[in-house]
Design a binder for this molecule. Sequence first.
Ligand SMILES: [Zn+2]
Length: 83
Amino acid sequence: MVKCPKCGKKIDQLLWQESVALQGVIEAYFDEETGSWGRLLREYKEVPQSETSAYSCPKCKAVLFSKPKQALEFLKGADQKTA
Ligand SMILES: [Zn+2]
C-alpha cells in the first residue's frame, strides 16, 4: 500500500472521476399529434473532457493526480512497497 500524501492514510486504490460532454446533432420536428414542436437528438456521443480527469484519495477525497499515467505510477508504487 501507499500513503496518501495529503492525509497520510494507507490506500491501495484511487477514486477516478472524469467528465464527458455530449455532442450531437439536433433537429426540430413538428409533432402533428400534440401540435407542438419537439427536438430530435441524433448521432450523439460522449466526448471525454480529458482536462477534467481527477484521481483522488478515497479517504480524504483530495485530488492527487490528473493524468492516468501518474495515478498508475502511484498505485504501482504500492506493489513495490508491499513486495
Ligand atoms: Zn488522503
